[in-house]
Design a protein around this ligand. Structure first.
Ligand SMILES: [Zn+2]
Length: 550
């Protein structure tokens, strides 16, 4: 196995490469730290305490005292509400107190400290040799541009001109990038963070099995060598300076892996894949089988996919720096032996992780629960923000289309009650339960469509016609419902016939000569035949009932 450490001080990202694949990222992003430079916005000016609150984009406001704001005059003359202000954290936030900030920036380098708002050169008092002090002061005065101040640190003692020059260049580049990003971003925003990434990565990731450390500045090459020497590791590990126009993270493929590590889907070599979904409370990892080619080897393929998934999940948890509760849904296996093999494999894979993930239990539903120690922010927390379209749910809610016509709405409501024809696709698939189709991710199962879509599809061709004439519905096992519709909506043929007979009888009654004589007493005449022919009368009332309910 080859193990390499890649540290890009230019991009503030470090990574450990095992056999060419990233196993761990080191990113200097996250909570507010001492020395952080923010583009803030003045929020509230409080002349009574001679201070102001500035928005630095955290849940707490930054506090700035008048004495920490450059310029002349009183507080109100120096700053105005909503004004953009570049500030640096001089005191980290504690409890519910926000960070204390200043506009007097200082950017520390290895040998020098750049004070962009100051002038002149000051040499550390710890450098006692007058000759050395004079050499450093004149050297730095010569190298630095006009309009910035520099402090020469104790570490500069005895350093070559080239080292000092490189330090000045790095610091000026940092300052330029701060000014540029301040011009191109809206407050509040973090503009710059000074942290010793190199030191942290080497301290945490450099073990005896590392072959090479690749860096992107000659300064970090020098420092890395120094650190290794200090830790007596310099003999085994090669420190390489990356050259060329391509950024180090691009040429090593780390930027691509970083993008992949922010993706929810991770593909496995056998065609299966993982879905890793992080929520605030827990992370859910879903193992999917993907496509199967031969059904005979399904059990074997599922086992292999689950074993691969176990390795990949262990890697991904570390890579994504996922902490807290994690639930893994492996593909269902019927064999107890296979289950045991996967769990054992998972346990072993997790042992490589310094954050010591602990498998809690195997739930009744076959879910594996584990916890992993939280170490700072996860990669997703560092590099992603909530989508403003869906508010982080991952779903865009479609506009609710309300039925325009009353009949359509009624039909939809009726169709909702009828379950027959829409489930045919799925019910055909309902074979005897076995270890494969029992699994909810078994292949070949048609994707279930949302009910409303199915309804619309089924309804489309028959919407013009009365619902009880649709042959598709006739075939369904819904005769009861349809019969009811018929008797309610339309009288049957037999009912029609009897109605006709009644009409005829009515007419016969009406042309009776007696009735002509008694026009004013029609009611009596009409009811008269009912009395004489009670059978017909009963039928008539039945029909009348039908008519009423129709
Ligand atoms: Zn979204």
């Amino acid at each position: 196995m080859t193990k390499k450490i890649v540290i890009s001080e230019k991009d503030n990202i470090g990574a450990v490469l095992e056999n060419g694949k990233v196993s761990e990222f080191f990113v200097h992003k996250g909570d507010v730290l001492l020395g952080d430079v923010f583009l803030s916005q003045v929020d509230n000016i409080l002349p009574s305490i001679d201070a102001a609150f500035v928005n630095v984009g955290l849940d707490r406001m930054g506090f700035i005292h008048n004495s920490d704001i450059q310029g002349k005059g009183n507080l109100k003359e120096k700053v105005k509400p909503k004004q953009k202000l570049i500030v640096q954290v001089v005191k980290e936030p504690t409890g519910h107190k926000g960070p204390r900030v200043t506009t007097a920036l200082s950017l520390p380098g290895r040998f020098l400290v750049l004070l962009p708002e100051e002038k002149g050169v000051n040499v550390s008092k710890k450098i006692t040799s007058q000759k050395e002090r004079a050499r450093l002061k004149s050297l730095v005065s010569l190298l630095k541009p006009v309009g910035v101040g520099i402090i020469v640190r104790t570490e500069a003692e005895g350093q070559k001109e080239s080292e000092i020059q490189e330090d000045i260049e790095i610091l000026l580049e940092k300052w330029n990038s701060i000014v540029n990003s301040a011009d191109n971003t809206n407050p509040p925003a973090l503009l710059y963070r000074d942290q010793d990434l190199l030191y942290r990565v080497i301290r945490e990731a450099c073990t005896d099995d590392v072959d090479e450390i690749i860096v992107d500045t000659s300064f970090s090459q020098h420092r890395a060598s120094q650190l290794l020497q200090h830790w007596n590791m310099q003999n085994k590990i090669k420190v390489t300076l990356h050259k060329g126009s391509e950024p180090l993270l691009a040429s090593t493929g780390i930027h691509k892996e970083l993008a992949n590590a922010l993706n929810t889907k991770v593909t496995l070599p056998l065609g299966g894949y993982l879905f890793i979904q992080q929520t605030e409370a827990l992370t859910v990892v879903d193992v999917n089988s993907g496509k199967f080619t031969s059904s005979a080897s399904q059990a074997e393929t599922i086992l292999k996919t689950n074993l691969q998934a176990a390795d990949e999940i262990a890697r991904q948890l570390k890579l994504r720096n996922i902490g807290g509760m994690i639930v893994v849904d492996f593909i269902d296996m019927s064999s107890r032996m296979d289950k045991l093999a996967v769990l054992e494999h998972f346990e072993l894979a997790l042992q490589q992780d310094k954050a010591k993930p602990q498998i809690g239990q195997l739930s009744d539903l076959g879910l594996v629960e584990l916890t992993r120690h939280r170490q700072g922010q996860s990669l997703a927390e560092v590099f992603t923000k909530k989508c403003d379209k869906c508010n982080g749910s991952g779903f865009l809610v479609e506009e609710f289309k309300l039925s325009a016509s009353n009949t359509l709405g009624e039909m939809k409501a009726k169709m909702n009650k009828i379950k027959g024809p829409f489930n045919q696709g799925n019910s055909n698939n309902n074979q005897k339960p076995n270890k494969f189709n029992k699994n909810k991710k078994a292949p070949g199962r048609p994707k279930q469509e949302p009910v409303i879509e199915v309804l619309e599809k089924v309804l489309a061709p028959i919407l013009e016609e009365p619902i009880y004439d649709a042959p598709a519905i006739e075939k369904a096992e819904v005769q009861g419902v349809i019969k009811e519709e018929k008797s309610n909506k339309k009288p049957s043929r037999r009912a029609k016939k009897s109605m006709k007979k009644e009409e005829a009888a009515k007419e016969r009654v009406e042309i009776k000569p007696e009735s002509v004589e008694n026009k004013d007493n029609k009611e009596v005449e009409k009811s008269a035949p009912k009395r004489t022919t009670p059978k017909r009368g009963r039928k008539k009332t039945e029909v009348a009932k039908n008519e009423e309910t129709a």
